[in-house]
Design a protein around this ligand. Structure first.
Ligand SMILES: Cc1ncc(COP(=O)(O)O)c(C=O)c1O
Length: 403
């Protein structure tokens, strides 16, 4: 059995619930199948990675075409797909320049390094500290663990890199109170994903922009989870109508291929000189070709409006369900097609019941269910997921109240 071999050979870092010992072997669109041939609606999507579902043809074709030419050349040479992707990202965002890497943590690591270097070399200042939000998640490298405002990720890895302090999310005064003569930047997710699906309010995000302007700080947005159309706009900063100085992307960027990117304003890019930062695989031609196909699909006329509209309708229907499960469904949060349903508890059991009925979703702790369907999910699939959720809630909590 593969599962037994996994136990024998792979370091046990993933805290899988018993039902997640599932082996998924095939996928198409929103559907995936396990080794026994059982079908599931995939509302985990590789944790916000498979933005266009499984086996999306244009992504497969772009990657396959590139693979036949050259899979890897290194950043010692120019790379056509990398330059094309950078141009497309820049033309469709507030970023002027891009650095490519392979994951969200690496993109954030690059952002942190760039902020420090910009202060040192461009502004000739010794400022280096970055204020991040409590309950945030920025990755698993040492610096991004330090940036993550959750103690449970710090424990056992001390001493952590210096230069991070934390403030309360959606609380501008809390951020203001953390600023001192060493502060260089503020870094937040515009919508906290791993922390339980908490959108930043437009007032808060705009307030951070004003605060950074007033105090000459860089504003860094981690859009690793919220970006690439997930919230109904290409990047979530668009909802607040503001421009971060640096922002990061990964997860959905490659539609399943590992790729990350850090984008920044021209003046900030001047902080990095040749030799300051690099990645062997960063901007790999196959990943870039796939990412360009993803972007082109997301940028098609009407696609993002449809994401926003499907998300609103899904959340409206969840609100109706909440009316039937009073005291059990506590809150519905999210934007576009990232939705968090806060329960009074037993989220793991609901997740398990959903899976039994053919719906994969992700429980964050025991209180939040996270729904991350592909952006091209159909309305029928969204309705089918709601039906399964309703069944699962009845199964776990007994008959719906107020029926
Ligand atoms: C907002 C955010 N930043 C960074 C990361 C880390 O990304 P990766 O796992 O690709 O390193 C994640 C992963 O969940 C994330 O949600």
């Amino acid at each position: 059995m593969l599962q037994e071999k996994e136990k024998r050979y792979i370091i046990n870092t993933y805290n899988r619930r018993p039902e997640q010992t599932l082996l998924l072997v095939r996928g198409r669109g929103t559907l995936v199948w396990d080794e026994a041939g059982k079908e599931y609606l995939d509302f985990v999507g590789g944790i916000a990675v498979n933005a266009l579902g499984h086996a999306y043809r244009p992504v497969l074709e772009a990657a396959w075409e590139q693979m036949q030419k050259v899979i890897h050349t290194s950043n010692l040479y120019y790379s056509g797909p990398q330059i094309e992707l950078a141009e497309c990202l820049v033309k469709n965002s507030v970023g002027d320049k891009v650095f490519f890497c392979n994951s969200g943590a690496e993109a954030n690591e690059a952002a942190i390094k760039l902020a420090r270097k910009y202060y040192k070399t461009v502004l000739q200042s010794e400022r280096f500290e970055i204020i991040t939000a409590l309950n945030s998640f920025h990755g698993r490298t040492l610096a991004t663990v330090a940036a993550t405002g959750q103690e449970k990720f710090h424990r056992g890895f001390e001493p952590l890199p210096a230069g991070f302090c934390y403030a309360r999310f959606n609380d501008l005064e809390s951020f203001r109170s953390q600023i001192n003569e060493r502060t260089a930047a503020i870094m937040v997710e515009p919508l906290q994903g791993e922390g339980g699906v908490h959108p930043g309010t437009a007032d808060f995000l705009k307030g951070l922009r004003r605060l950074c302007d007033e105090k000459e700080l860089l504003l860094i947005f981690d859009e690793v989870q919220s970006g690439m159309g997930r919230t109904g706009r290409l990047f979530a900063y668009e909802h607040a109508g503001i421009k971060p100085d640096i922002f990061t992307s990964a997860k959905a960027l490659g539609g399943g291929f590992p790729i990350g990117a850090m984008l920044c304003a021209e003046k900030v890019a001047a902080g990095f000189a040749p030799g300051d930062h690099a990645s062997t695989f960063g901007g790999n031609p196959v990943a870039c070709a796939a990412a360009l196909a993803v972007l082109q699909a997301i940028l098609k006329d009407g696609f993002l409006d449809e994401v926003a509209s499907k998300g609103r309708s899904f959340q409206d229907k969840l609100q109706l369900l909440a009316g039937r499960f009073l005291g059990i469904i506590v809150e519905i949060r999210g934007k576009g097609l990232i939705t968090g349903v806060e329960l009074s508890g037993r989220a793991g059991e609901v997740q398990r019941a959903c899976q039994e009925k053919g719906l994969l979703l992700n429980a964050i702790g025991e209180h939040v269910l996270r729904f991350l369907p592909p952006l091209n999910v159909t309305r029928e699939e969204l309705d089918a997921a709601l039906e399964i959720l309703e069944w699962a809630l009845e199964e776990v909590f007994g008959s719906a109240q107020g029926k």
